[in-house]
Design a protein around this ligand. Sequence first.
Ligand code: F3S
Length: 425
Amino acid sequence: MKLTDDEQNMLDGCDGPAVQKAMDLLVRYGEALGAERLVQTNNVCGTFVAAGPMIREFASKGNDAIFSEFNLDSSERVEMPPVKAYTCHLVMGIDSKHPEMNAGLEDTVRIQKEGEKFFGAKGVNMLATCTPYQVGNVPVMGEHCAWMESSAVIYCNAVLGARTNTEGRESTGAASITGRIPYFGLHIPENRIATHLIDVQVPVDDMMDWGLLGYAIGEMVEEDIPAFRGLSAQPNMIKLKHFGAAAASSGGVEMYHIPGVTPETRSEEYAFGGRTPRATRVYGQAERRIAYEKLNSTARSNDVDFIMLGCPHNSIEQVGLAARLLEGKRLSPNTSLWVFTPRALKEVADRSGYTDIIRAAGGHVLTDTCPAISRIMPKDTKVVATDSAKQAHYLPAITGVQAWFGSVADCVEAAVSGRWNGRLA
Ligand code: F3S
């Protein structure tokens, strides 16, 4: 790999042992991927604070040891320097602020808060969400980023036109203190060109439609890049957030093109860079129904215990919608409802009165994490309902629950009645 003088100095240890280890990691990682050079980045989204099993093993060793082991892949403890790149923290292991989610986890809460303080002092911004673009981290077109979290990566590439591969905890940790990431994959313009044409033959309009389309397309193209024909309704941030999260769950989609919508897609021809599509696929009624049935394939009981909204984390508009649907109603005594949003937006939800409405109905607005990451759900949950294709995909596999997927209205109705009555229109 060809390094600049600055990069060679970092590798030689001129900026201290942590930066040296970080640069060594990036060079090895880049060379394994065939990258010929690094690229400067000033936008990193990763995870730093201890969570899950690492808490038990590493908390007593301190946060420098956690950073060394989990962000630099080094069993030798080195002191973490201040970050060089603008760096944001994605989701946490638990919601440390709300006892609905952290009862009995006092030690974890303490360790997480200590971690937030430690890494915050190093310059890591504690956004604590999988949707950094909802709370102020909005990179511009062409900006080289180093982001983890598949739903954020696809949004960053396709909707914002910024450039990132799906990075890991180690590479984002190394990027944060060097301001570099290997130049390969979606950093390179030719690799962002569409490969598959998707001929959409059914209306795709509401959030559930976009989730179904994303889930079907992820299975069709896997890790390739789709471009769409036939999408006539204007999407918005919420719909594209759900679409991308679904496509990145059933497949590994990191980039897509919608002519007239996504910034690198002036036209269909432009999306393919003048080349012929490698394949054309149809998305019609049959494909839509198959996606719906797959997403609901784990559900057997119509008696619902737990309703999860907010994967990826809800926008304030989505929290407001849930509040409006719940206003004046009460949850069934057999159900729990958790609505997840970034902590910064929870403040807005509180001030807008949404949190009070949801609480009055018996639900909770939570932040920082989600059940798929934390593995925490209300006690004895067996059947979940969610408006998120991503959560419906992962929760049964991770926790063994049954999951229903439907619209927000289907989910709120299930929270109130205790029964799943959703169906595909
Ligand atoms: Fe976010 Fe958890 Fe979904 S991290 S994208 S709410 S699985």
